[in-house]
Design a protein around this ligand. Structure first.
Ligand SMILES: *Cc1c(COP(=O)(O)O)cnc(C)c1O
Length: 418
C-alpha cells in the first residue's frame, strides 16, 4: 500500500499561508477541496475584540477554550486583549508561548496540584479561581516557595459563585460554583490568603437577555454583603451571545449598560475592577467552514464534516448555523435539508433544517458560517476524518453583531477598522 499512500500524498492541497482570498467561492475555485476547509476572517475578530475593549465598562479577558487557534490569539492581542482565561495547563502553555506578555488567569475551579505549580512557578500565573476550601488549600500549597516554604504573597484569587443558567442556551449551572449559602464563609477564608480577592460567575453560554447578568449580580451582592469582606474584582464571566439563525440577541450595549449599573451598586472596594471573559462573542465570527456534498438522499445531504468535526453543536444541541450554497447555477427554491457527517456513526447527524437550493447535488460546496466559537475548536480525528486546511478570506462573516446594520441600536454598534 506504500505506493497508494504516496500517490494520494502527491495530491495534497497546496498551502496558501499568506494569500488572502476574497471569499469562500474564490478559495473553492482555487483549490477544489475534497476535505472540509476552515476560512478565517481576522478583520471580523479584530472588530469584535475592539468592540469589547472599547465598550465594555471594564477589562475584557478572552476565554481561550472557545477557539485556541494561535492566529486568533494574535489578532485579539493586537486589539488590546491583554488577559486570557485559560482552563488547563495545555492552554496555559499555549497562550504563554504565543503571547509572552499576556496576563493568564487560570479560571477552571478544579485543577491538579502539578498544573497549579507549573502555572505559578513557570508561567507567571497569579490569578486562580476556586469554588471550595479544598481547592484553596491546593493553590496555597502548590504556590509556596519551593526553597523557603513561604506562602506566596501575590496570589489573586477569585471565588466562583453558582448562578442560574435559565436565560442561556447552554447551561453552565450544575457543575461549578460555590452555593450561595456557603459563599460568605469561603470568601472570608480566601481573603486571608490573598491581597486581591475577586468573585466570578458564568451565566451559561449564549445568554439571550442581559437580565441573566442582572440576576447573577444580585446573587453576588447577597453573597458579598453577607461575607462583609473587601472585594477587589467582579468577573461577570462569559455568556455574551453571538448571532445565529433563530437566535438574534438584543444589542450587546444593553448587556454592558445593565452590567455597569448593577456593578456600581455592589458593596465592593471603591476601586474594584470589573472583568468579563467572553469566548463565543469574540470568536464566533472569526471562522466559517466549507464542506462538500458527497451524496444526496432526498432531503438529506451527506457532507464531509459533522458531529466529530467542527459541527459538534449542530449535532449535539441542534444548533442552527447559517448556510449558503457556493454554486451559482442552482436555481430552485430553498428546501430545509438535514445533514449527515462523514463518520460511520448514526449520531453524526444534524437535523437543521438548513435551507439550501432544492437542486443542490453531490459535488456542490456549502459554506457554514459562525463556527469560530466551539466549532473549529471541537474537531476530532475520529474515523480518519478531521483534516481541515485553513485559509484567510476578506469578506464579511455570514452574520455579525458588530457591523452596525442591525435594527437596534441604529448605528451605535459600529467599531471602525483601523
Ligand atoms: C466557557 C467559559 C467562558 C466563555 O463562555 P462563552 O459563553 O463562550 O462566552 C468564560 N469563562 C469560563 C469560566 C468558562 O468556562
Amino acid at each position: 500500500m506504500v505506493w497508494l499512500a504516496s500517490f494520494w500524498g502527491s495530491l495534497e492541497l497546496h498551502s496558501y499561508p499568506d494569500e488572502i482570498f476574497s471569499d469562500a467561492a474564490a478559495v473553492v475555485s482555487a483549490v477544489a477541496p475534497d476535505e472540509p476547509i476552515i476560512l478565517n476572517r481576522p478583520h471580523a475578530a479584530l472588530r469584535a475584540a475592539r468592540f469589547f475593549t472599547e465598550k465594555f465598562p471594564g477589562k475584557t479577558l478572552y476565554a481561550v477554550k472557545a477557539n485556541p487557534a494561535p492566529s486568533l490569539l494574535r489578532v485579539l492581542w493586537e486589539a488590546n486583549v491583554t488577559h486570557y482565561d485559560v482552563a488547563s495547563i495545555a492552554e496555559v502553555r499555549l497562550v504563554r508561548a504565543e503571547l509572552p506578555e499576556a496576563e493568564l488567569c487560570f479560571m477552571h475551579p478544579i485543577k491538579t496540584r502539578r498544573a497549579i505549580a507549573e502555572a505559578y512557578h513557570a508561567h507567571k500565573v497569579r490569578t486562580f479561581s476556586l469554588d471550595t476550601t479544598e481547592e484553596l488549600h491546593k493553590i496555597v500549597e502548590a504556590c509556596r516557595n519551593p526553597e523557603t516554604g513561604a506562602a506566596a504573597d501575590d496570589l489573586r484569587l477569585c471565588v466562583r459563585l453558582r448562578v442560574s443558567s435559565e436565560f442561556s442556551e447552554l447551561s453552565l449551572a450544575s457543575k461549578f460554583g460555590c452555593d450561595l449559602l456557603e459563599a460568605p464563609a469561603l470568601l472570608q477564608e480566601v481573603r486571608q490568603h490573598c491581597d486581591w480577592l475577586g468573585a466570578c460567575f458564568h451565566v451559561g453560554s449564549q445568554a439571550m437577555t442581559p437580565f441573566a447578568f442582572v440576576q447573577a449580580l444580585d446573587r453576588t451582592r447577597a453573597a458579598i454583603a453577607d461575607a462583609s469582606v473587601v472585594i477587589d474584582m467582579i468577573d461577570v464571566g462569559g455568556g455574551f451571545p453571538s448571532i445565529y439563525p433563530g437566535m438574534e440577541p438584543p444589542p450587546l450595549e444593553d448587556y454592558f449598560a445593565l452590567i455597569a449599573q448593577h456593578f456600581e451598586a455592589l458593596p465592593i472596594a471603591y476601586n474594584a475592577e470589573l472583568w468579563c471573559e467572553p469566548g463565543r462573542a469574540l470568536a464566533a465570527e472569526y471562522s466559517s467552514l466549507v464542506v462538500q456534498v458527497d451524496k444526496r438522499r432526498g432531503e438529506e445531504l451527506f457532507i464531509n464534516d459533522g458531529a466529530y468535526g467542527a459541527l459538534y453543536d449542530a449535532a449535539h444541541v441542534d444548533w442552527r448555523f447559517p448556510v449558503k450554497a457556493l454554486a451559482d447555477n442552482l436555481r430552485d427554491p430553498e428546501v430545509g435539508f438535514a445533514f449527515y457527517g462523514p463518520t460511520c456513526d448514526d449520531a453524526d447527524y444534524m437535523q437543521g433544517p438548513f435551507p439550501l437550493p432544492g437542486d443542490i447535488q453531490a459535488g456542490d460546496y456549502i459554506e457554514i458560517g459562525m463556527i469560530g466559537a466551539y466549532g473549529a475548536a471541537m474537531k476530532t480525528g475520529f474515523n480518519g476524518f478531521g483534516n481541515a486546511e485553513e485559509f484567510t478570506v476578506a469578506d464579511e462573516p455570514m452574520l455579525s453583531l458588530f457591523r452596525g446594520d442591525r435594527q437596534r441600536p441604529e448605528s451605535d454598534n459600529v467599531v471602525s477598522l483601523r
